[in-house]
Design a protein around this ligand. Structure first.
Ligand SMILES: [Zn+2]
Ligand SMILES: [Zn+2]
Length: 128
């Protein structure tokens, strides 16, 4: 008897969920855009500079790891290249057994060396 009502309700819920998801996507795009406008296009860890298309490799890291915490002054954001961003998060994971010893190698950018090459391939794989 109440099947009609239930359907309308679930329709509404569907729409709300879709809207929320859309909103979140839009918000994520927006905070990245805002962060890119606010900060110089430089990785906060390795100091690598980005321009043009390569800015795709620059990502917004949330210092408190809370993606919903996006203060307008950008105080929770840090621009990190995908390489350092990955490092930043995996460091959290290994911190317990790594005991503060920094991993050797991969230190300091050198123009001839391109650590991104393999990462790019990885990203390509993910997309397709
Ligand atoms: Zn970096
Ligand atoms: Zn992050």
């Amino acid at each position: 008897m109440s099947s009609k009502k239930t359907r309308t309700e679930s329709d509404r819920l569907d729409r709300i969920v879709a809207e929320a998801r859309h909103d979140r996507e839009r918000q994520e795009k927006t905070y990245r855009g805002r962060a890119l406008k606010m900060f110089p296009w430089i990785c906060a860890r390795c100091g690598r500079e980005f321009s043009g298309k390569r800015v795709r490799e620059l990502t917004v890291h949330h210092k408190d790891h809370n993606h919903d915490n996006n203060p307008p002054d950008g105080s929770n954001w840090e621009l990190l290249c995908i390489y350092c961003h990955d490092n930043e998060h995996s460091r959290d994971q290994v911190a317990e057994w790594y005991d503060g010893t920094a991993p050797a190698g991969e230190q300091g950018p050198s123009s001839g060396n391109r650590p991104f090459a393999s990462l790019k391939d990885l990203l390509k794989d993910k997309k397709s």
